[in-house]
Design a protein. Sequence first.
Length: 218
Amino acid sequence: MKKQYAVLGLGSFGWSVALTLENMGCDVLVVDDSYEKIQEISEQVAYAVKADVSDPEALQSLGGRNLDGVVVAVSENLEASILATMICKEMGIPRVIAKAKDDLQGTILKKVGADIVVYPEREMGSRVAKNLVAREFTDWIELSNDYSMVEIVVPSRWVGKCLSELGIRERFGINVVGVIVDGEVDVAFDPQKPLQEGAILIMIGANDILEKFDTKGK
């Protein structure tokens, strides 16, 4: 079953997030109060609805309870951003990412329930969308249209095992290019050294492989 996400607000950031999620095979619902924007994007996403993102009845009528996550991308209107974030959390949506334009707005959004607050420039929409879907990773940076670099906290089942034993490249088709321990990056790591709890692996792989990555599957 496809994952379902909503993007509230169709500025440059929201637009980029919505199209990236849709291209990754998700069902995307976009909501904006601009009829022109909704018309323009309607054929590129699963659902496009003209509505006030701060209206509880409007959001609930869109089936918000079935969503896997929401991106609140209306930072230009602080009141609407706060209300939309609160409504989404009250509806039980498991993951709410809210866009903020400054630290004060970010603090407020965290206090009203945002799981993650981002301070993006326009080109970061794609990166945030990938982070939303790929929960295994703590960061995702596109290197090209085909490849990305990601970071992942060493899974508990990998702790105490060495990279040569895990065979990540052979099993997953992903290359480990560095290890971060206590904030220090090591690109000349020993593949025979057991991985520590809390360490972070820096990995590079094809986007289509990273999007399906699941440590529990192998």
